[in-house]
Design a binder for this molecule. Sequence first.
Ligand code: 13P
Length: 252
Amino acid sequence: MRRPIIAGNWKMNKTIDEAAELVVGLKRQLYTISEVDIVVCPPFTALSQVSKLLIDSNISLGAQDMHWEEEGAYTGEVSAGMLKNVGCRYVIIGHSERRQYFGETNETVNKKIKTAICNGLIPIVCVGERLEEQDKGLTLEVIREQIENGLKKLSREEVSHIIIAYEPVWAIGTGRNATAQQAQEAQHFIRELLGKLYDTEIASRIRLQYGGSVKPEIIAQFIVQEDIDGALVGGASLDVDSFAQIVKNAIL
Ligand code: 13P
């Protein structure tokens, strides 16, 4: 039985004070929850403050991106070691916004995953097709390419540490979520592919999240699906009540 995991991707939102307010509110509403792994991914500037507030709580810390090198002359970048040092347990890698606006490729995703795992971080690897790709019926082909290249040369041991988030780009921030059936179909395909690339035992252990306009009212339809083990939540993770309700509604 895979344990559900609900993660909030705050994207480029929240000052340090706003982040603190949000996380204090979440702690208050969620401290009794033990059935679901809960993660918040604030912007880099708020990680330190949020990390302090999360000590001894049931909410874990994640970052939204990282560089693949351990250190060096990479202006503006943040390393896996720095994230670990600030208290991160998770890091989102290959989010479609990074792919779309910042030149992230399957090759950089691959390098980042390796470095994250080496540093003891759990990568939440994002995949998903764009609208025009969906229109052309290329959804599964795009996902296959992203996974095969993103996970290239990762050992069975390494891949056992990752989480994969299926986020169809057309469903992100649009209010137009995929149907639970569409997500299940794509995520079943992902699990089968992992089974072929590795083996069915490891594929059955890897947790797969759905992301794209997740709201409290719809999370349950997703979580009941065989291959959906949680959600990566954007907009609805910025509000205490809505994120807390998503977590609670993910308990079956
Ligand atoms: P929304 O929930 O705002 O659609 O964002 C999803 C997402 O991109 C999470 O990483």
